[in-house]
Ligand binder design. Structure first.
Ligand SMILES: Cc1ncc(COP(=O)(O)O)c(C=O)c1O
Length: 390
């Protein structure tokens, strides 16, 4: 059959310990979850603030369903938009201290919309070498030439901008918090260099949304670069605990995206419960900084604990903590051992990270109690010793 090659490819993945075994979760997403009938400590989701099962947000979503139904019916540019979507965009713009915001179906989609709307054939993109897959795909779709700069290295970016022709449109793109290493882009330095060479600047703050800045306002707020970064892409699928993407920036940039962002023009909008829950999430963050503070306290406690046990947590300074292991098989085996001991943290292997850089990625949440963090450290100690990692 014409598709026989697929079976062979899948078997190759299994033989190389690269097959992604997707587990089925039988409970709501929280600090504890149930898989295969077993209760586990959850250090796997991007549910940074523990909002994925928040009662207030659920109530708001249910009320919105009662009033507006479930789906938006069609693409906004063709069939009109709903008051709820406008309300979310206005609330997000105010929260992020940006002139305007446009929402997309997901963060991935936001990158596919934004990048090709800003640059095209003959233009230049300067992209951090560790940028997320959705940025890489957005760059490919744009047909602009991509120049990769060394990870989080503003000097290398400057060298590359300097060497580029002056009269070509340029876009610099960086992740905010890097999703596999947990380090933070030096956005202040990247901004200085980008503006010096007349390049537009875009940051994808998927893992900084609800995490960095005052009350989770994101990386632009963290570096106080309001009005200076041309486009801030974000997601509501992580700290907000819901689903959805966004882009924030100057009014004219956002207006342009509503005219030329292809997923905005050709794909239906976020669903009503999602939009309503996101509105409630913004309200919660505006009301109190407690969840963001708790998230960082938890992350700092766990990182220090893992380091003290002798684990290598790489360059993480955020709630994303990699436990660096190297070989794919070691990471897969360790994830299985952790699971057997009651902790869910997945192995991250090639191609998500380079070969030889496999790891367990430990994701923190404000929802974890101190007891749960101590329990997690005990499990890591037991498994780490058993596997001669520490
Ligand atoms: C940096 C970055 N951008 C975008 C996305 C995609 O976000 P979403 O899940 O909302 O599509 C992710 C998700 O992993 C991410 O890490």
């Amino acid at each position: 059959m014409a598709t026989d090659w697929i079976q062979k490819q899948v078997q190759d993945l299994k033989d190389q310990n690269l097959y992604n075994n997707i587990l089925t979760i039988e409970s709501a997403i929280g600090p504890e979850i149930q898989i295969e009938g077993k209760k586990l400590l959850n250090f796997c989701s991007n549910n940074y603030l523990g909002l994925a099962n928040n009662p207030e947000m659920k109530k708001t979503a249910i009320e919105a369903i009662e009033k507006y139904g479930i789906g938006p019916g069609a693409v906004r540019t063709i069939a009109g938009t709903m008051t709820l979507h406008r309300e979310l965009e206005e609330k997000l713009a105010k929260f992020k201290k940006a002139e305007a915001v446009i929402t997309f179906q997901t963060g991935f989609v936001a990158n596919l919309a934004v990048i090709p709307a800003l640059v095209g054939e003959g233009d230049l993109i300067f992209s951090d070498e560790l940028n997320h897959a959705s940025i890489i795909d957005g760059c490919r779709l744009s047909k602009a030439e991509v120049v990769r700069f060394a990870h989080a290295n503003a000097n290398d970016l400057e060298d590359k901008l300097k060497a580029a022709p002056k009269d070509v449109k340029k876009l610099v793109i960086t992740d905010g918090v890097f999703s596999m290493d947990g380090d933070i882009a030096p956005l202040d330095k990247i901004y200085e260099v980008s503006s010096k060479y007349g390049a537009m600047l875009m940051v994808d703050d998927a893992h900084g949304e609800g995490v960095l800045g005052n009350s989770g306002r994101g990386i632009v707020d963290h570096f106080e670069l309001h009005g200076k970064v041309d486009i801030e892409v974000g997601t509501m699928s992580k700290a907000f605990g819901v689903m959805g993407g966004l882009a924030a920036g100057k009014k004219e940039v956002i207006e342009w995206l509503s005219q030329r962002g292809r997923p905005f023009l050709f794909s239906s909008a976020m669903t009503i419960p999602d939009v309503a829950a996101c509105i409630a999430a913004v309200g919660l963050l505006e009301k109190s900084e407690n969840l963001v503070k708790k998230l960082w306290e938890n992350a700092d406690y766990l990182r220090a604990g893992l380091k003290k046990l002798g684990f290598d947590t790489g360059i993480s300074i955020s709630p994303i903590i990699p436990v660096m292991l190297g070989e794919n098989k070691l990471a897969q085996d360790m994830s299985r051992e952790l699971f057997a001991e009651g902790l869910f943290a997945k192995a991250i292997v090639y191609p998500t990270v380079p070969q030889g850089k496999a790891r367990i990625r430990v994701m923190n949440s404000a929802g974890h109690s101190k007891e749960q963090l101590d329990q997690a450290l005990k499990i890591f100690e037991k498994v780490g010793k058993k596997m001669n990692v520490i």
